[in-house]
Design a protein around this ligand. Structure first.
Ligand code: MCN
Length: 788
C-alpha cells in the first residue's frame, strides 16, 4: 500500500492551517469600503406587522441604509424558493420573502435590514427601527397544528398542512398486522435539534459596477446551488454574473446546506448601496435562525409471527417543518426517512405516512443524518423492544430477520434497492468487542455500587452518497446530484484538484489528494484541492448526505483516468513506442517488457513544453475534467453497542462503553474516518441525552436560545470509543467506498435509549434523556411497580 494513497493514515493537510488560526473564514474577509448589516428580527412567534417606521434609524449616526420587505417588493426581488416537492405531491409551498411582508411567523424572522459604517452603528440603529406588531396566537406543537382553532400560518396552507404523504405497501402491511401473533408498539418524539456549527453563518457581498457582476462570500455547503437560486429565482440575473465563494467553513452539520434570506439580502443590498455589505450572525441568531433538525411525532408498530419473523412495520409520523419551507423542505421528513424504515431486515410489509405541518418555529432542514437517524430510531427501538417483549432476545431477533447475504440486490418495500450487505459478521464483531457475554456480570457489579447498568444495540443501515440524478428527479428534487472534478497541472508537475464538493471539516483536502496521489503517483505535497468557488470550480452540488467521497471522489477518479489516457499517449510519443505498449504504474510509464520509462513528472512537463508534439494527434496540456453520476446510493451499515450506568438517585446517565463496527467500503484515510465516526456518535449522544430546541407552547418563544439553556455533549461525557471495521467494497463506484460522515449520528440515539430503557427496565425514556427525565421515568415506573 502506498504511504500516501488510498488506505494510508495520512495526517490532515488542512490542519496546519486550522489549528494555527490561519483558516480563512467568511468573517475574515474584509473588502474595501465594506459596510455592515444587522437584521431587526421578530420578537414574536406570530404577529401582523401594522407599521414599520425606519426614519429614526435611517437618521442615526453612520447609517448607510435601512431596508424592509417593501423595498424588496419595489425592486421585484423574488422570495426564497423550496427546491423539493416530495413526489407525487402535492405540497403546499407558501411564499417566503427574505424580509417579512405583512406578517412574521417565527421568533427571529427578519423584518428590516440596517446597514451602517460599522457593526456597532448598525446595531445601535437597529434598536431605533420602530415596528408596530399585532401579536397573534402561535401554533407550536406539530401534533396539534392541524386541530380546529389552531392559529393559521399561511393562506396557501389550510390547517397548516404542507404535505400528506406516504410510502410503502399499505395493503400488504395491513394484512401482515391482521395475521400477526405479536405487535410491538411505541410512540415517541424525535427531538428538535439546533445544529450548532462552531462558526456562525456569515455573508459578505459586493457589486462591481464596471462588470455589472456580484461576488458573494458565504458560509455555504453548496455554493453553486446558492448561486443558482439567487440568480435564477430571486435576483433574475445571468448566473455567471454572480460568483459565490465559500471559503473555509467551521462546521455545518447540514445547517449550511439551505440558502438563507441573509445571503440574498446582502447581495441585493450591495448593489443598492454601492458598496460591499457584510453580515455575521451572533450566536443567538444562530440558535433562532439556522435551520433546525428532526422534530417528529411518531407512532410505530412492528408485527411479528410466532417465531419472531417480522411481518410488517407501520409508521405514522407528524413532521414539523417550521414556519416556512427551507431549501430542501420536506426531503428529510420523507424520502430520506421512510425509505430507511426497512433497516437491515427482510420485512414484507412496510408502510409509512408523513404529515408535514407548518408551525411558528424556525424552519427545519437537514441535520447530520437528515431523516435517517429518525428512521433508525423507529426501527431499532421497535426491534429492541420486540426482542425483549417476545423473549427471543435483542440479538436473536435481529439475526432471524436480517436480509441474508444471498438476497442482494434486495428490493425493500420502501423504494430502496440495497446493492450489497452482510450483517451477521458485523454484529458478531460488535458483540465480541463489547464483551456482550460478560454484560450480566457487569450489571451485577454495577448493582452492588447502587447503579443501574443497561446495554443497547443499534444495527443501522443508511443510504448515502446522494444521489443518482435520475432518482433525485423521480423523488422530487429540483436538481441533479452528480458531481464534477477537474485536475489542472502546472508544467513543473504540481496539480490542483477542483471539486464540486465543499468541506466543512471533513478533510477533503487530504483524502481527495490521496486519491490523486494513489492514481497518478504524484507526491501529496504537490497536490492541492480547491473547493467552494463558483468562479473556479465548473459545477458542484456540495457536501451533505455523506456524498463527497463516493460521488465527488469518484469524479476525481474519472478525471484521473482521463489524464492517464492522455498522458499515456504523451509517454508513448516520448518513449517512441505505441500507446498500446505503455504500462502506467505508481507514477511511472514503462514500455512493456523493457526498462525504458518516463515519470509522470516528465510527461506533465512535456505536455506543457510540447516542442516536438505531432500537432494533429496530440494536444498540449494534461488537464482533465469529469462528471460522475452514481448508479445507486451507497449503503453503509453497522452495529453500535452502548452500555450505560444510571445513578438512580440523580438520574445521571454515564456512557461507560461504546462499540461501533461499521462497513464503509474501501476506506481512503482510516484516521479521518475514525474522526468522522467519533463526531457522528457524539452528535447522536447529544440528541439522546442533552439537546432539545424547546419552544414555549403558548408564546412560541425559543427557550433554549443560548448555551446556558441548550446543552451540547462534551468530551468528558463520552468514553473512549472502540471502533471496528468490517468493510466490503461498494459494488458500483470506482473507489469501492461508502459514505461515513453521518453513520454515528444515525446509529447512536437508538443505541443510547435502548441501553437506558434496559437499565431502567422501562419501555421508553423520552429524548433528551436528561437527568431529570430519567429520574422522573424511574419514579413513575417505580411507583407503577409498587402499585402493581
Ligand atoms: N472517507 C474515507 N473513506 C470512506 C468514506 C469517507 O476516507 N470510505 C473520508 C472522505 O474522503 C472525507 C470524510 O471521510 O474526507 C467524510 O466523507 P463522506 O462520508 O463522503 O462525507 P462528506 O465529506 O460528504 O461529509 C458530509 C457528512 C455530513 S452529511 C455531515 S452533516 C457532516 C459530516 O460529514 N458534517 C460535518 N462530518 C462533519 N465533520 C465536520 N468536522 N464538520 C461537519 O460539519
Amino acid at each position: 500500500m502506498s504511504t500516501t494513497g488510498i488506505g494510508a493514515r495520512v495526517l490532515r493537510k488542512e490542519d496546519h492551517r486550522f489549528i494555527t488560526g490561519k483558516g480563512r473564514y467568511t468573517d475574515d474577509i474584509v473588502l474595501p469600503r465594506q459596510s455592515y448589516a444587522v437584521f431587526v428580527r421578530s420578537p414574536h412567534a406570530h404577529a401582523r406587522i401594522k407599521k414599520i417606521s425606519t426614519k429614526e434609524a435611517a437618521a442615526a449616526s453612520g447609517v448607510v441604509a435601512v431596508l424592509t420587505g417593501e423595498d424588496l417588493k419595489k425592486d421585484g426581488v423574488g422570495g426564497l424558493p423550496c427546491g423539493f416537492v416530495p413526489a407525487p405531491g402535492p405540497q403546499n409551498s407558501p411564499p417566503r420573502p427574505a424580509l417579512a411582508q405583512g406578517r412574521v411567523r417565527f421568533v427571529g424572522d427578519p423584518v428590516a435590514m440596517v446597514i451602517a459604517e460599522t457593526a456597532a452603528a448598525a446595531r445601535t440603529a437597529a434598536e431605533l427601527v420602530d415596528i408596530d406588531y399585532k401579536a397573534l396566537k402561535a401554533c407550536v406543537d406539530p401534533a396539534r397544528a392541524r386541530d380546529k382553532g389552531q392559529p393559521q400560518l399561511h393562506d396557501e396552507a389550510p390547517n397548516n398542512l404542507c404535505i400528506d404523504w406516504q410510502l410503502g405497501n399499505k395493503e400488504e402491511t395491513d394484512q401482515a398486522f391482521a395475521k400477526a401473533d405479536h405487535v410491538t408498539r411505541l410512540e415517541f418524539i424525535n427531538n428538535r435539534k439546533v445544529p450548532n456549527a462552531m462558526e456562525p453563518r456569515s455573508a459578505n457581498a459586493s457589486y462591481d459596477q464596471g462588470t455589472e457582476s456580484w461576488t458573494l462570500y458565504t458560509t455555504s455547503q453548496n455554493p453553486h446551488i446558492t448561486r443558482l437560486l439567487l440568480a435564477a429565482f430571486e435576483l433574475s440575473i445571468p448566473e455567471h454574473k454572480l460568483r459565490v465563494i465559500a471559503p473555509d467553513i467551521g462546521g455545518g452539520f447540514g445547517s449550511k446546506i439551505p440558502h438563507y434570506p441573509e445571503e440574498l439580502l446582502v447581495t441585493w443590498a450591495s448593489r443598492k448601496v454601492g458598496r460591499p455589505v457584510k453580515w455575521t450572525a451572533e450566536r443567538s441568531e444562530s440558535f433562532m435562525t439556522d435551520t433546525h433538525g428532526r422534530d417528529h411525532v411518531t407512532v410505530a408498530e412492528l408485527a411479528l409471527d410466532g417465531t419472531g419473523k417480522m411481518l410488517g412495520l407501520r409508521v405514522g409520523t407528524i413532521a414539523n417543518l417550521g414556519a416556512y419551507l427551507s431549501t430542501f423542505g420536506a426531503l428529510s421528513a420523507t424520502y430520506l426517512y421512510a425509505t430507511l424504515l426497512s433497516g437491515q431486515y427482510a420485512i414484507p410489509g412496510v408502510h409509512c405516512t408523513v404529515t408535514g405541518v407548518f408551525t411558528n418555529t424556525c424552519p427545519i432542514d437537514a441535520e447530520r443524518g437528515a431523516g435517517r437517524p429518525e428512521a433508525t430510531y423507529v426501527v431499532e427501538r421497535l426491534v429492541e423492544q420486540a426482542g425483549r417483549e417476545t423473549g427471543i432476545g435483542i440479538v436473536e431477533l435481529r439475526r432471524r430477520n436480517f436480509i441474508k447475504p444471498d438476497a442482494f440486490p434486495y428490493q425493500t418495500p420502501v423504494a430502496l434497492l440495497y446493492d450489497s450487505g452482510n450483517y451477521d459478521p458485523v454484529l458478531d464483531e460488535a458483540l465480541k468487542l463489547a464483551d456482550y457475554n460478560g454484560f450480566e456480570k457487569r450489571k451485577k457489579a454495577a448493582a452492588k455500587k447502587g447503579k443501574l447498568r443497561g446495554l443497547g444495540l443499534s444495527t443501522y443501515i443508511e443510504a448515502c452518497g446522494l444521489a443518482p440524478s435520475n432518482v433525485a428527479g423521480a423523488i422530487g428534487a429540483g436538481v441533479g446530484l452528480f458531481e464534477s472534478a477537474e485536475i489542472r497541472f502546472s508544467p513543473t508537475g504540481s496539480a490542483q484538484v477542483l471539486s464540486g464538493a465543499k468541506a466543512q471539516g471533513q478533510g477533503h483536502e487530504t483524502t481527495f489528494a490521496q486519491l490523486v496521489s494513489d492514481k497518478l503517483g504524484l507526491a501529496l505535497d504537490k497536490i492541492d484541492v480547491v473547493e467552494g468557488d463558483t468562479g473556479e470550480v465548473q459545477w458542484g452540488h456540495g457536501t451533505y448526505g455523506s456524498r463527497s467521497l463516493v460521488v465527488g471522489g469518484s469524479a476525481i477518479m474519472k478525471a484521473c483516468d482521463k489524464t492517464i489516457e492522455k498522458a499515456t499517449k504523451v509517454a508513448a510519443h516520448l518513449l517512441e513506442a505505441s500507446a498500446a505498449d505503455i504500462k502506467f504504474e505508481a507514477g511511472t510509464f514503462t514500455v512493456k517488457g523493457t526498462d525504458r520509462t518516463k515519470t509522470i513528472g516528465d510527461v506533465i512537463m512535456a505536455s506543457y513544453v510540447p516542442h516536438n508534439f505531432p500537432l494533429q494527434d496530440m494536444e498540449p496540456g494534461l488537464d482533465s475534467r469529469a462528471f460522475y453520476d452514481p448508479a445507486n446510493f451507497t449503503f453503509p451499515f453497522g452495529c453500535h453497542i452502548c452500555e450505560v450506568e444510571v445513578d438512580p438517585e440523580t438520574g445521571v446517565t454515564e456512557i461507560v462503553n461504546w462499540v461501533a463496527v461499521d462497513d464503509f467500503g474501501t476506506i481512503v484515510n482510516p484516521m479521518i474516518v475514525e474522526g468522522q465516526v467519533h463526531g457522528g456518535i457524539t452528535h447522536g449522544v447529544g440528541q439522546a441525552l442533552y439537546e432539545k430546541a424547546h419552544y414555549d407552547p403558548d408564546t412560541g418563544q425559543l427557550l433554549t436560545g443560548s448555551y446556558v439553556d441548550y446543552q451540547m455533549p462534551r468530551a468528558g461525557d463520552l468514553p473512549s470509543f472502540k471502533l471496528g471495521f468490517k468493510c466490503t467494497p461498494s459494488p458500483h463506484n470506482p473507489i469501492g467506498a461508502k459514505g461515513c460522515g453521518e453513520a454515528g449520528a444515525i446509529a447512536a440515539p437508538a443505541a443510547v435509549i435502548n441501553a437506558l430503557t434496559d437499565a431502567l427496565g422501562v419501555r421508553d425514556v423520552p429524548m433528551p434523556a436528561t437527568p431529570q427525565t430519567v429520574w422522573r421515568t424511574l419514579q413513575q415506573s417505580g411507583a407503577r411497580q409498587a402499585a402493581e
